[in-house]
Design a protein around this ligand. Structure first.
Ligand SMILES: CC(C)(COP(=O)(O)OP(=O)(O)OC[C@H]1O[C@@H](n2cnc3c(N)ncnc32)[C@H](O)[C@@H]1OP(=O)(O)O)[C@@H](O)C(=O)NCCC(=O)NCCS
Length: 210
């Protein structure tokens, strides 16, 4: 079993702990604990209640002898990228986590650090980059690529032949119509229906999304 640390004691970090538990032996990972630079007292209490050790800050942990692999349970794509870069530069390997209640079709390529939650459905010929998060009940259609640090939030539906560039985020229950490109670091608001390409670094919302 590969020892694993989860970066992030917040809400999504703790959902990631559930994936580790649900995947069990099939995931080939063994949870060592959680690291976080600034955990709230409430989040530390929630870790304590489930007997998950808090291992300190990223910097503190990096100076320890622990050689565990890692995943990043942090939603913000820019923060996720920085954490990945620091951990990788220090020689740690990114793990991938797939909840047993997710489904991945044929020819789905999952990059290092990817986290795929319960109920996610990825159909066929899909590429995921580094540290992509596919949240609960999000669907990704055929021939779609998700760049590094992309997130698709709960119940979002990304249609076939789309391209989500690095750091793009699709809000909860949003729909991206087929063949569209979501630019780097763009944010699609919750419930939006995206009917045209979204420029990089922009926020769109509503139906149709603007
Ligand atoms: C779109 C979003 C990124 C905020 O964008 P923003 O431009 O900073 O929006 P603001 O909060 O400043 O609100 C600006 C206006 O947009 C409206 N608005 C905000 N989010 C909206 C949404 N998803 N759909 C439609 N309108 C929205 C606000 O009501 C406000 O309207 P007003 O000007 O008439 O008062 C955010 O609201 C959102 O949808 N985030 C996704 C949340 C999510 O999916 N969470 C799941 C976590 S797992």
């Amino acid at each position: 079993m590969i020892p694993l640390v989860v970066v992030g004691a917040g809400g999504f970090g703790r959902e990631v702990l559930d994936i580790v538990e649900a995947a069990g032996a099939a995931s080939e990972v063994r949870l060592v604990g959680v690291i976080d630079d600034n955990p709230s007292a409430a989040n530390l209490d929630l870790l304590d209640r489930r007997d998950v050790p808090y291992l300190g800050s990223v910097q503190g942990w990096l100076t320890s002898a622990d050689t565990s692999s890692f995943v990043v349970g942090v939603a913000n794509p820019a923060h996720r990228r920085l954490i990945d870069e620091r951990m990788t530069a220090a020689g740690h390997t990114s793990a991938t986590l797939v909840h047993p209640a997710a489904s991945l079709g044929s020819e789905v390529s999952v990059g290092p650090g990817a986290i795929i939650c319960a109920g996610a459905r990825l159909t066929t010929n899909i590429d995921l980059g580094r540290h992509v998060h596919v949240h609960v009940n999000s669907t990704i259609g055929h021939d779609t690529s998700l760049g590094d640090y992309v997130s698709t939030y709960p119940l979002s539906a990304v249609s076939g032949s789309c391209r989500l560039a690095t750091g793009a985020t699709i809000g909860a229950h949003a729909t991206v119509l087929q063949g569209l490109t979501i630019g780097a670091d763009a944010f699609v608001g919750a419930g939006a229906v995206v009917v045209a390409d979204v420029p990089p670094h922009s926020i769109v919302k509503g139906v149709p999304a603007r």
